[in-house]
Design a binder for this molecule. Structure first.
Ligand code: ATP
Length: 341
């Protein structure tokens, strides 16, 4: 395993704005770093540059402390697993896994040993004689991982490897992937646009937008201390509410709202007068859609309240939105950056 560092890396495909616009970032030894951002923000381009499949327009990439500029993909000791696993359909699982080793000229005995080791680690030893079409999506994914693993890479690059799986399988594949990474201890950079995946898998998350790094931090930091309004509203479902007050944007999470008919005056909390628009029951929680009065006139927000929590208001009622001070985040109204209270 090895540390991966990108320094002021850029990629422009010509025309318009750069796909990756000066990103500096480090994935530590054995770390699981998730690149998170909306479609088109430059995640795949960044990953492809690290793999050596795309030439940077500027900046540098270091793997294990050494610049890999000019090195072909094979010399970088990296394994990349894509969204489409690209297994050879006419080859058995065993041959699919050992193919990169054959290409390296490794002896048959060694190859058999390696396939045994990797398939054992991933729990697919019983599938070696099958063809890819005889496998489930999750099993195919594990074969692709095994094929990447036999090359003993220093770094794993994974580009939305779970996106072909249904929701239930995704959850179990996520668990497997994390346990596997912890067992092998390999530095991993994982691309996704799915914030649940990012929060669940990442030791740290790097949030990207329009080719730029917005914030890098632990899932807790990203969620509780977003660096700007982009991160605040991209991470979290429903997203952080933003209300304009005293020349600033005040942010608070839907689950940090208390609702009362009248709050009275509170020292420990901010109070916003509102009207209840609609209440949705969603099993464990209910969403309360509210229109609050703020500096702009009014703004729609959402409160997320546990279903067993007594609710004293109904649709079309006036209600006071109460948010404890420790749950408030302040952002500059023009730049969107976090500011002091
Ligand atoms: P997604 O989640 O949809 O895969 P992404 O965040 O991975 O998106 P990239 O694929 O890195 O985004 O693309 C970033 C930007 O660069 C996009 O605007 C895309 O259209 C552009 N782009 C990517 N590859 C090329 C290319 N080969 N030629 C021209 N433009 C490209």
């Amino acid at each position: 395993m090895a540390e991966v560092e990108v320094r002021d890396i850029r990629k422009s495909f010509g025309g318009g704005s750069a796909a990756v616009d000066g990103i500096s970032l480090t994935c530590g030894n054995g770390e699981y770093l998730v690149l998170l951002g909306p479609s088109g923000c430059g995640k795949t381009t960044l990953l492809r540059m690290i793999a050596g499949l795309e030439h940077p327009t500027g900046g540098d990439i270091l793997i294990g402390g050494r610049s890999v500029r000019g090195l072909p993909p094979r010399a970088r000791k990296i394994a990349m697993v894509f969204q489409s696993y690209a297994l050879y359909p006419h080859k058995k699982v065993e041959q699919n896994i050992s193919f990169p080793l054959e290409a390296q000229g490794m002896s048959r005995e060694e190859r058999i040993e390696k396939v045994k080791w990797a398939s054992g680690l991933l729990g697919i030893g019983h599938l070696l004689q099958r063809k890819p079409r005889q496998l489930s999506g999750g099993e195919r994914q594990r074969v692709a991982l095994a094929r990447a693993l036999v090359r003993e890479p220093q770094v794993f690059l994974l580009d939305e490897p779970l996106s072909n799986l249904d929701a239930k399988l995704r959850a179990s594949a996520r668990l497997e992937l994390k346990q596997f990474q912890q067992r092998v201890g390999i530095s991993t950079i994982y691309v996704t646009h799915d914030q649940v995946e990012a929060m669940g898998l990442g030791d740290r998350i790097a949030v990207l937008n329009q080719g730029r790094l917005q914030q890098v931090g632990t899932p807790e930091e990203i969620y509780h201390r977003p660096a700007n309004t982009f991160v605040a509203t991209f991470v979290g479902s429903p997203p952080m509410n933003l209300v304009s007050r005293d020349g600033k944007l005040v942010g608070f999470r839907p689950e940090n709202i208390e609702l009362e008919k009248t709050a009275g005056s509170r020292d420990d909390a901010a109070v916003f007068h509102s009207r209840v628009l609609r209440i949705e029951n969603l099993g464990a929680d209910r969403y309360v859609y509210l229109r609050v009065q703020d500096d702009k006139g009014d703004t729609n927000i959402i409160a997320k309240l546990p279903i067993d929590h007594p609710l004293h208001v109904a649709a079309d009622d006036d209600a006071d939105v109460i948010v404890r001070k420790r749950h408030l985040r302040m952002f500059d109204r023009d730049s969107g950056e976090e500011t002091a209270a």
